[in-house]
Design a protein around this ligand. Structure first.
Ligand code: GAR
Length: 203
Protein backbone atom coordinates (compact mmCIF):
# COMPACT_ATOMS: atom_id res chain seq x y z
CA UNK A 1 0.00 0.00 0.00
CA UNK A 2 1.27 3.44 -0.91
CA UNK A 3 2.00 5.53 2.17
CA UNK A 4 0.01 8.72 2.42
CA UNK A 5 2.13 11.73 3.36
CA UNK A 6 0.86 15.07 4.66
CA UNK A 7 3.29 17.99 4.50
CA UNK A 8 2.95 20.89 6.95
CA UNK A 9 4.67 24.08 5.80
CA UNK A 10 4.65 27.77 6.69
CA UNK A 11 6.92 29.12 3.97
CA UNK A 12 8.20 28.78 0.45
CA UNK A 13 7.94 25.00 0.35
CA UNK A 14 11.20 24.24 -1.44
CA UNK A 15 11.48 21.09 0.67
CA UNK A 16 7.94 20.12 -0.31
CA UNK A 17 8.98 20.57 -3.94
CA UNK A 18 12.03 18.35 -3.43
CA UNK A 19 9.84 15.66 -1.87
CA UNK A 20 7.36 15.80 -4.76
CA UNK A 21 10.19 15.53 -7.27
CA UNK A 22 11.74 12.62 -5.36
CA UNK A 23 8.40 10.80 -5.58
CA UNK A 24 8.22 11.58 -9.33
CA UNK A 25 11.72 10.21 -9.89
CA UNK A 26 11.19 7.09 -7.79
CA UNK A 27 13.73 8.13 -5.17
CA UNK A 28 10.86 7.88 -2.71
CA UNK A 29 8.98 4.70 -3.53
CA UNK A 30 5.41 3.69 -2.69
CA UNK A 31 4.30 7.05 -1.32
CA UNK A 32 2.25 10.08 -2.32
CA UNK A 33 1.65 13.54 -0.87
CA UNK A 34 -2.08 13.68 -0.19
CA UNK A 35 -2.33 16.97 1.69
CA UNK A 36 -0.41 20.19 2.30
CA UNK A 37 -1.47 22.06 5.41
CA UNK A 38 -0.32 25.54 6.44
CA UNK A 39 -0.80 28.10 9.18
CA UNK A 40 0.04 30.88 6.69
CA UNK A 41 -2.41 31.72 3.96
CA UNK A 42 0.29 33.22 1.74
CA UNK A 43 2.71 30.27 2.12
CA UNK A 44 4.01 29.47 -1.36
CA UNK A 45 3.96 25.79 -0.33
CA UNK A 46 0.16 25.93 -0.72
CA UNK A 47 0.51 27.25 -4.26
CA UNK A 48 3.00 24.50 -5.12
CA UNK A 49 0.42 21.94 -3.96
CA UNK A 50 -2.43 23.59 -5.89
CA UNK A 51 -0.34 23.51 -9.06
CA UNK A 52 -0.24 19.73 -8.70
CA UNK A 53 -3.87 19.31 -7.65
CA UNK A 54 -2.88 18.20 -4.18
CA UNK A 55 -5.43 18.92 -1.46
CA UNK A 56 -4.54 22.01 0.60
CA UNK A 57 -5.72 23.28 3.94
CA UNK A 58 -5.05 26.64 5.59
CA UNK A 59 -5.83 26.94 9.30
CA UNK A 60 -5.93 30.49 10.64
CA UNK A 61 -4.12 30.69 13.98
CA UNK A 62 -6.39 33.50 15.20
CA UNK A 63 -9.45 31.25 14.93
CA UNK A 64 -8.25 29.07 17.82
CA UNK A 65 -8.12 30.03 21.48
CA UNK A 66 -5.26 27.64 22.29
CA UNK A 67 -2.55 25.64 20.54
CA UNK A 68 -4.33 22.41 21.48
CA UNK A 69 -7.47 23.51 19.67
CA UNK A 70 -5.52 24.38 16.57
CA UNK A 71 -3.82 20.98 16.68
CA UNK A 72 -7.09 19.14 17.38
CA UNK A 73 -8.48 20.54 14.15
CA UNK A 74 -5.24 19.83 12.28
CA UNK A 75 -5.36 16.19 13.47
CA UNK A 76 -8.96 15.90 12.20
CA UNK A 77 -7.94 17.17 8.78
CA UNK A 78 -4.94 14.82 8.70
CA UNK A 79 -7.02 11.85 9.76
CA UNK A 80 -9.70 12.61 7.18
CA UNK A 81 -6.94 12.50 4.57
CA UNK A 82 -5.92 9.08 5.98
CA UNK A 83 -2.39 10.32 6.65
CA UNK A 84 0.29 7.73 7.43
CA UNK A 85 3.23 10.12 7.84
CA UNK A 86 3.35 13.80 8.80
CA UNK A 87 6.30 15.71 7.35
CA UNK A 88 7.10 19.14 8.76
CA UNK A 89 8.87 21.19 6.10
CA UNK A 90 9.50 24.71 7.34
CA UNK A 91 6.48 24.51 9.63
CA UNK A 92 7.10 27.17 12.25
CA UNK A 93 4.81 25.96 15.02
CA UNK A 94 5.50 23.69 17.96
CA UNK A 95 3.44 20.50 17.83
CA UNK A 96 1.39 19.73 20.96
CA UNK A 97 1.32 16.38 22.82
CA UNK A 98 -2.24 15.88 21.56
CA UNK A 99 -0.96 15.95 17.96
CA UNK A 100 1.94 13.63 18.76
CA UNK A 101 -0.35 11.13 20.46
CA UNK A 102 -2.37 10.84 17.25
CA UNK A 103 0.76 10.29 15.12
CA UNK A 104 3.18 8.48 17.38
CA UNK A 105 6.58 8.06 15.67
CA UNK A 106 4.96 9.32 12.52
CA UNK A 107 6.03 12.98 12.56
CA UNK A 108 9.33 14.03 10.96
CA UNK A 109 10.99 17.44 10.90
CA UNK A 110 13.94 18.98 9.13
CA UNK A 111 16.02 21.60 10.87
CA UNK A 112 18.77 23.79 9.35
CA UNK A 113 21.54 23.09 11.90
CA UNK A 114 23.43 20.16 13.34
CA UNK A 115 21.20 19.45 16.32
CA UNK A 116 21.34 19.61 19.28
CA UNK A 117 23.16 22.85 18.41
CA UNK A 118 21.01 25.82 17.47
CA UNK A 119 17.42 24.60 17.78
CA UNK A 120 14.49 26.97 17.27
CA UNK A 121 13.33 29.38 14.65
CA UNK A 122 16.69 31.01 13.83
CA UNK A 123 19.01 28.03 13.55
CA UNK A 124 21.05 29.38 10.65
CA UNK A 125 21.55 32.91 12.01
CA UNK A 126 22.34 31.57 15.49
CA UNK A 127 25.02 29.20 14.15
CA UNK A 128 26.58 31.98 12.10
CA UNK A 129 26.57 34.42 15.02
CA UNK A 130 28.19 31.79 17.25
CA UNK A 131 31.03 31.48 14.75
CA UNK A 132 30.83 27.77 13.88
CA UNK A 133 33.00 26.55 10.98
CA UNK A 134 30.66 23.70 10.09
CA UNK A 135 26.89 23.58 10.11
CA UNK A 136 24.33 21.46 8.31
CA UNK A 137 20.88 19.98 8.61
CA UNK A 138 19.14 17.36 10.68
CA UNK A 139 16.11 15.17 10.02
CA UNK A 140 14.56 13.99 13.26
CA UNK A 141 11.46 12.48 14.74
CA UNK A 142 9.36 15.11 16.47
CA UNK A 143 8.83 14.87 20.20
CA UNK A 144 7.40 17.35 22.68
CA UNK A 145 10.50 19.53 22.85
CA UNK A 146 11.85 22.13 20.47
CA UNK A 147 13.88 20.17 17.88
CA UNK A 148 14.82 17.53 20.48
CA UNK A 149 13.52 14.25 18.99
CA UNK A 150 15.62 11.23 17.93
CA UNK A 151 17.91 12.01 14.98
CA UNK A 152 17.39 10.12 11.78
CA UNK A 153 19.95 11.68 9.42
CA UNK A 154 22.41 14.56 9.55
CA UNK A 155 24.82 16.09 7.08
CA UNK A 156 27.30 18.93 7.30
CA UNK A 157 28.28 21.90 5.15
CA UNK A 158 31.23 24.28 5.61
CA UNK A 159 30.69 27.83 6.83
CA UNK A 160 32.74 30.41 4.92
CA UNK A 161 34.14 33.69 6.24
CA UNK A 162 32.01 35.77 3.91
CA UNK A 163 28.77 33.87 4.57
CA UNK A 164 25.60 35.71 5.46
CA UNK A 165 22.60 33.94 6.96
CA UNK A 166 21.14 33.88 3.43
CA UNK A 167 24.15 32.32 1.69
CA UNK A 168 24.60 29.75 4.45
CA UNK A 169 20.89 28.91 4.45
CA UNK A 170 20.99 28.44 0.67
CA UNK A 171 23.88 25.94 1.02
CA UNK A 172 21.99 24.11 3.77
CA UNK A 173 18.72 24.09 1.77
CA UNK A 174 20.45 22.34 -1.15
CA UNK A 175 21.50 19.62 1.27
CA UNK A 176 18.03 19.44 2.83
CA UNK A 177 16.54 18.76 -0.59
CA UNK A 178 18.60 15.56 -0.76
CA UNK A 179 18.52 14.51 2.87
CA UNK A 180 14.78 14.84 3.52
CA UNK A 181 13.64 12.63 0.61
CA UNK A 182 16.25 10.06 1.66
CA UNK A 183 14.95 10.03 5.25
CA UNK A 184 11.33 9.88 4.14
CA UNK A 185 12.07 6.94 1.88
CA UNK A 186 13.77 5.08 4.74
CA UNK A 187 10.67 5.63 6.89
CA UNK A 188 8.31 4.58 4.09
CA UNK A 189 10.34 1.41 3.48
CA UNK A 190 10.16 0.58 7.20
CA UNK A 191 13.94 0.67 7.56
CA UNK A 192 14.19 2.79 10.67
CA UNK A 193 14.30 1.16 14.09
CA UNK A 194 14.26 3.25 17.23
CA UNK A 195 16.43 2.04 20.11
CA UNK A 196 15.86 4.56 22.83
CA UNK A 197 17.02 7.82 21.34
CA UNK A 198 19.07 6.13 18.63
CA UNK A 199 17.68 5.57 15.15
CA UNK A 200 19.19 2.51 13.58
CA UNK A 201 18.90 2.13 9.82
CA UNK A 202 18.25 -1.39 8.67
CA UNK A 203 19.73 -1.33 5.12
C1 GAR B 1 14.15 24.94 5.86
O1 GAR B 1 15.48 25.34 5.76
C2 GAR B 1 13.91 24.22 7.17
O2 GAR B 1 15.01 23.51 7.61
C3 GAR B 1 13.59 25.37 8.08
O3 GAR B 1 12.79 26.22 7.33
C4 GAR B 1 13.20 26.15 5.97
C5 GAR B 1 11.98 25.98 5.10
O4 GAR B 1 12.29 26.11 3.76
N1 GAR B 1 12.94 24.92 9.28
C6 GAR B 1 13.16 25.44 10.48
O5 GAR B 1 13.89 26.38 10.69
C7 GAR B 1 12.38 24.77 11.59
N2 GAR B 1 12.84 25.21 12.87
P1 GAR B 1 11.26 25.74 2.62
O6 GAR B 1 9.92 26.40 2.97
O7 GAR B 1 11.85 26.33 1.38
O8 GAR B 1 11.15 24.24 2.55
Amino acid sequence: MRKRIAVLASGSGSNLQAILEAIDSGEILDAEVVLVLSDRKEAYALERARLRNIQTKYLRVKDYAAREEFDRHAVCVLEEARTDLVVLAGYMRLITPLFLAAFEQRVLNIHPSLLPAFPGGHGVADALAYGVKVSGCTVHFVDEGMDTGPILLQEAVPVYDDDTAETLHERIRKLEHKLYPKAINLWVQGKIKLRGRRCVIDE
